[in-house]
Ligand binder design. Structure first.
Ligand SMILES: CC(C)(COP(=O)(O)OP(=O)(O)OC[C@H]1O[C@@H](n2cnc3c(N)ncnc32)[C@H](O)[C@@H]1OP(=O)(O)O)[C@@H](O)C(=O)NCCC(=O)NCCS
Length: 154
């Protein structure tokens, strides 16, 4: 069984987050077209892990210390939004759920956190409702349908 540990981000995670995102970008033809597959510089990774918009970030590493998962929840002018990625080889083992729960624990209560999921992203469309979010509405962006799910912090 593959084990994992969840912890706050550290400075050396910037390069690891770029690697994780680039690996995802190579998974299929659309994965490089969504933000989680576009963390291709250390500066972008820095913003994701330590930027001013961060409300909550946790990462997961395997038993060799390699980053295998990440979640960030970020403030915006409107509702905060969540961004999550689990390495392909470690999906469907409860890691996504553990990341979501630990990230939400660090939030103040009463926030409505959004998750934006493309209609083409079947993995996330299946997983997001099982991670405590419920579908709220859809929008069209650049000819694509995005589903907006929400979850309240407690
Ligand atoms: C979405 C994602 C983070 C889920 O991570 P994960 O580690 O596989 O999730 P878990 O193993 O904790 O599963 C959580 C729940 O979702 C369900 N689930 C996850 N992936 C699923 C799939 N492909 N099909 C059906 N159900 C799925 C699990 O069965 C589980 O539900 P249950 O406990 O009620 O049975 C992962 O698929 C991923 O990284 N996807 C690519 C990145 C992405 O699209 N991110 C969202 C945009 S920011």
């Amino acid at each position: 069984m593959k084990m994992f540990r969840i912890r706050p981000p550290e400075p050396q995670d910037e390069a690891a987050l770029v690697d994780l995102s680039l690996h995802f970008a190579g998974e299929s033809d659309w994965t490089s077209t969504i933000p989680i597959g576009q963390i291709d510089t250390l500066e972008k990774a820095h913003q994701r892990l330590f930027g001013e918009q961060v409300l909550s970030v946790v990462v997961a590493e395997n038993d060799q210390g390699k980053m295998i998962g990440y979640i960030g929840i970020y403030r915006t002018e409107h509702n905060p939004y969540a961004s999550i990625l689990v390495h392909k080889e470690y999906r469907l083992r409860g890691l996504g759920r553990a990341l979501v729960e630990q990230a939400f624990e660090k939030l103040p209560p009463g926030l409505t956190v959004e998750a934006w999921v493309g209609a083409f992203n079947h993995l996330s469309l299946a997983a997001t409702p099982r991670l405590g979010f419920h579908w709220d509405h859809s929008v069209e962006v650049d000819g694509r349908t995005l589903n907006i799910f929400i979850r309240q912090s407690e």
